[in-house]
Design a binder for this molecule. Sequence first.
Ligand SMILES: [Zn+2]
Length: 450
Amino acid sequence: MKRVLLSASAICFSLFLFPQTIIQKDPQIEKMINEVSRDSLKSYITKLVSFGTRNTLSTQTDATRGIGAARLWVLSRFNEFSKNSGGRLTAVIDTTIYKKDARRVDRDILLGNVVATLKGTDSNDDRIFIISGHLDNMRTNVMDSIGDAPGANDDGSGTGAVMECARVMSRYSFPATIIFVAVSGEEQGLLGSTYMAEKAKKENWNIEAVLNNDIMGGNNINEINKVNNNQVRIFSEGFSVLDTGRNATTVRNLGLENDGKARQLARYVKEIGERYVKNLKIVMIYRNDRFLRGGDHTPYVQRGFAAVRITEMNENFNHQHQDVRVENGIQYGDLPEFMDFEYLRKNVCMNLCNLANLARSPAFPQEVRIDTRKLTNFTNLSWKAPKSGKVKGYNILMRETTSAVWQKKFFTTELKMDLPYSKDNYFFAVQSVSEGGNEGLPVLPTPSGR
Ligand SMILES: [Zn+2]
C-alpha cells in the first residue's frame, strides 16, 4: 500500500513538474485546409492533360500543346492567384539553357521551372519552405516528345497540389517565405530540380524544408485487394550522405542514423498531417525514394537541405510511363479517370497544413545543448532563443530509441529543462512554439556543458 501511494505521489509530482504539451490546432490552418477543393484540383489536372504532352523535349512554340504552353498556363494561374495576395505572391518562369547530354536530352533546350514565391511578412525571417511537383511527363519512351502523354497522376497530381496550395495560401500571411514550384525535366533526369537546388545552394537560400509531391492521386488496390485512399507514403533519408562523412564518429557514438534532417522532417510531416487531416495515415518509409528510383527531392538532399518525397500508397504501373492503349482488355496510360480526387484533396491538405505550420513557427532554437559534464541518469537540456519569430515557449520532444515518432512533448517558457529520464535511453529534441501554437522543426542537442 505504501509503495502504491508513493508511486502515485511520484506520478503527480512528475506531472506537476513536467506538464505535457497540450496540442492545439491553429484555427486559421483548419480554415485553409477546408478551402482546398477537389473540383479545383480536378480542373487543373484536366487542363494539364489537355496539353497533349508535357514532355520536356516537346514543342515550346505551340499555343495549346506541349511543355511551353503548359508552363505559360501554370504561370497565368499563379498570376491570377497573386491578385488576392496583396502583392506578396510573385511568379516567374525561371529558365536556363540545358545542353544536349548523352542520356535523355538529344538537343539543347530551354528548361523552365514555374516558380511562385509568397514572400514572408517578417523581414528578419529568411527561412524558405518549398513545395514541388513536376510539370513534365513521359510516354513509354522518354525520348518521344510528339505523341500524347496525359500525365494526370505523374505528375499532374503534384503540380495540382502545388497550384492548389498557392491558390489557398496566397490569401493568408506567414512570417517565413513559401515557394511553390512546378519544375520541368524530372523524367529527363531531375534537370529542373537540380537547376533550382544548385541555385539555392550558390545563393545561400535558407531552405528548411522541401516537400516533393510526385504521384499522389491514385487510390490503387493494395495487397489485400482494397481501395487504399487513407494512407500516403513519405520517403526520407535517415542521415544525409553529406553528414555521414563529416560526422561518422558522432553518428555512431550518439546513434543518430535515424535522425538526419530529412527523417526529422518526415516525422514532423506525419505528426502535423495526421493532426489536421481526417482519415489519412502518413506512412514513413525509411528510404530516400522507392527502390532504385529517383525524384526531385534528391538534388536538395544531395546539397544538404531537408527534403522528402510524398507518394501514394500503392502505385499502379499500368498507369505510369505508359502509352495510352488497350492491350488484352487492359487500359494503359496515365489518365484522369484513374485518379481519386478526394484522396488527392487529403494529400494536398497534408502538404498545406505542414507548410502553414512551419511558415508560422518561430525559427530553430539556437545552441541546443545536452549537458554531459558528468555521468547521471537524468537529462539536462539548454538552448537559446531563435533568430526570428515570437516565441510562446518551447517543446522538449522525447522518444525511445526504437520509436519512429516522438512520444512525449513537454512545454516550457524557459531556456532550459531538466528531465528525470536518462539520455542513454531516449532521444530528445527542442522545438520553438509560436504564440499561436505553431511548432518549428525539432533540433537535436549537441553534447556539451551548460
Ligand atoms: Zn514523377
